[in-house]
Design a protein around this ligand. Structure first.
Ligand code: NAD
Length: 353
């Protein structure tokens, strides 16, 4: 690959994970130009990027990945050399009520972006298209075992079906047109900036406000959890050292049943809020299970660990503690994101992702 000044397009950079990736790249690589492209859906929030908004190597473009002309303009204006693609509809429950929105953004939007890169880039050797995906494409592990990079895709929800499809398109563009691509499949993320429709921020929000903590079924579903900054670090490592054409699983080596996470949050919040032990657990309310709820996801992240030397830096309890502190110290952020687009629905249901 030639050494040229990198101008990296990060899509979905105003969202939860994207904002941590943008911050890491802007701060760690002042020699790169970082272009955050995001259409600011309910999940996108520029407040997530206030620490770096004045940085000279940071640019923001409010564009929808469904708008082909908008994408071409951004590629031309910023002479984009590489793409890290995170923009997506990301919430399983929303995919159950509105699958088409997921087909549009996650599949058609990804193909639009692939087409723009394919047309705009002249010598593919000089460029990289890095697609961020999920472990949910592998389906549910109901009887033990772990997802490997070689595990066959078996998506079960409209969300995971749309992500699986986008992964296939990325591989198809690598195979057919010889685009240099990378794909990572990561487990559940938690940490600052996550919209409070997902399990951990929703529970923190509801415990603080003495609202019910709705738990699907019996809370037996198992997920692997990773602190979001560790995911951003993994993306940095794969972008710089990953072998083009490869897939890397990313995970926390950290499986938890949903009910155990909710209980841990209750315990920690009681301590932090000075409440009697056991107070917050009384808020737990079991509700009808999610349709087609996958029982267990568990990722084997040993390939990225062995080949690229990445591993999670934070223990789960430490990460949870930091996360609770962040939400308690950022009431204004929570108030802003929960007004307007936020609906009462999300105080009554919780979702693991
Ligand atoms: N959250 C997780 O635990 C997790 C785990 C593994 C992989 N992922 C993947 O990582 C990526 C980011 O996830 P997240 O949790 O940060 O999501 P998020 O919902 O918090 O953020 C998505 C961002 O994409 C933007 N966006 C959505 N549709 C768009 C469109 N049509 N055009 C332009 N921008 C658009 C939104 O405004 C938002 O800023 C997704 O691709 C998701 O599938 C998420």
């Amino acid at each position: 690959m030639k050494t040229m000044k990198k101008s990296i397009l990060i899509t979905g950079g105003a969202g939860f994970i994207g904002s941590h990736v943008v911050k890491l790249f802007v701060e760690k690589y002042p020699e790169y130009s970082i272009v955050n492209l995001d259409c600011l859906t309910y999940a996108g929030n520029l407040e997530n990027l206030k620490e770096i908004e004045g940085a000279s190597n940071y640019h923001f473009e409010k564009v929808n990945i469904l708008e082909e002309t908008g994408l071409v303009e951004v590629f031309e204006k910023h002479a984009i050399t590489d793409v890290i693609h995170l923009a997506a509809e990301s919430h399983v429950d929303r995919s159950i009520t509105d699958p088409l929105a997921f087909v549009k953004t996650n599949i058609i939007g990804t193909v639009n972006l692939l087409n723009t890169a394919k047309t705009f880039w002249k010598n593919y050797e000089d460029h990289l298209f890095f697609h961020i995906s999920t472990d949910e494409v592998y389906g549910s592990l109901d009887d033990g075992g772990f997802f490997l990079e070689t595990t066959a895709y078996d998506p079960q929800s409209p969300y995971s079906a749309s992500k699986a499809s986008s992964d296939h398109f990325v591989r198809a563009y690598a195979n057919t047109y010889k685009l240099r691509t990378l794909i990572t499949n990561c487990s559940n993320n938690y940490g600052p900036n996550q919209f409070p429709e997902k399990l951990i921020p929703l529970c923190i929000h509801n415990i603080k406000n003495n609202k019910p903590l709705p738990v699907y079924g019996k809370g037996e579903n198992v997920r692997d959890w990773l602190y979001v900054v560790d995911h951003a670090r993994a993306i940095d490592v794969v972008f710089h050292q990953g072998v083009a054409g490869e897939t890397y699983n990313i995970g926390g080596f950290n499986e938890w049943k949903n009910i155990d996470i909710v209980r841990l949050l209750c315990k920690k919040m009681d301590e932090k809020l000075g409440r009697e032990p056991g107070t917050s657990e009384k808020l737990i309310t079991f509700v009808k299970d999610r349709a087609g709820h996958d029982l267990r996801y568990a990722i084997d992240a040993s390939k990225i660990q062995k080949e690229l030397g990445w591993e999670p830096s934070l223990q789960f309890e430490e990460g949870i503690s930091k996360t609770i502190d962040w939400y308690l110290n950022n009431e204004e952020w929570l108030k802003n994101v929960t007004s307007g687009a936020y609906q009462q629905y999300y105080t009554e249901h919780y979702h693991s992702r």
